[in-house]
Design a binder for this molecule. Structure first.
Ligand code: PRT
Length: 213
């Protein structure tokens, strides 16, 4: 059996559909049982692993998967040494700081001494350090937007796309921490044989993206 490249894509969630769509647009057919966690392409030397987006950076760094389609924000948060090969133009969002709408926001120094809820503590800490701010970070894994309403935090740092979740929770975005979109990433030490397959895949992917612009 010849060499295969292993790609990780999100098992279920916001990235999954577009990730599989772009592979399909590259002319790759994946033999898929719906609940399978592993599948093979029938017409390209590619194996697909379905994993959680938040676990993907570790799997690629460890070489369990050679490449992956993953949210850029997760790579930054997990602080993994991966090569970002190509931004893919979907799942665009920003990590932003937000405050209750009745707060009179005076600028970044407002945050000094405040308590912030987030699921992205490393990204937030980097931003705070870069701006010489000292805050208390309270890590929660979901429903971050509710934290100020229940007295858990003064403000939040979370992903925003349309802004409707912030609005519904009486919050206003005041600072952008980083922007993110889905991207194709790779382990930094893949073999020459696998690199050759990756070049073919990347060529197709870039052609698909160019045709969209
Ligand atoms: O479980 P798994 O680890 O696989 O996935 P996940 O926990 O990372 O969650 P998932 O599937 O929700 O998100 C996958 C990726 O999609 C994220 O890591 C981002 O790169 C990207 N993405 C794009 C978003 C959003 N937009 C987004 N709006 N991820 C989350 N949100 C959430 C946000 O946290 C907030 O609660 O949507 C809400 C805000 O949306 P708006 O439209 O109301 O602003």
């Amino acid at each position: 059996m010849g060499e295969k490249l292993t790609i990780a894509v999100q098992k279920s969630g916001r990235l999954q559909e577009d990730s599989l769509r772009i592979l399909k647009e590259c002319g790759i057919s994946i033999d898929n049982g719906k609940d399978q966690l592993k599948a093979n392409a029938s017409n390209f030397p590619l194996e697909v692993l379905y994993l959680r987006n938040s676990d993907i950076p570790q799997y690629v760094q460890d070489g369990v998967a050679d490449i992956a389609i993953v949210g850029e924000n997760v790579i930054i948060e997990k602080q993994k040494e991966l090569e970002v090969l190509q931004k893919l133009g979907f799942s665009k969002c920003r990590l932003a700081m937000a405050l209750p709408k009745d707060v009179e926001y005076t600028g970044l120094e407002y945050f000094n001494g405040k308590k912030l809820a987030t699921s992205y503590p490393n990204s937030l800490q980097q931003f705070l350090d870069a701006n010489n701010l000292d805050c208390e970070i309270h890590v929660i894994s979901g429903s971050v937007e509710i934290a100020p309403n229940i007295g858990l935090a003064d403000g939040i740092c979370d992903l925003v796309s349309s802004g409707s979740t912030l609005f519904k929770n009486g919050l206003v975005e005041v600072e952008e921490v980083l922007v993110s979109e889905a991207c194709l990433v790779a382990n930094k030490n893949i073999s020459n044989l696998k690199s050759a397959i990756l070049e073919r895949l990347l060529f197709r992917m870039r052609s698909v993206l160019a045709a969209k612009n």
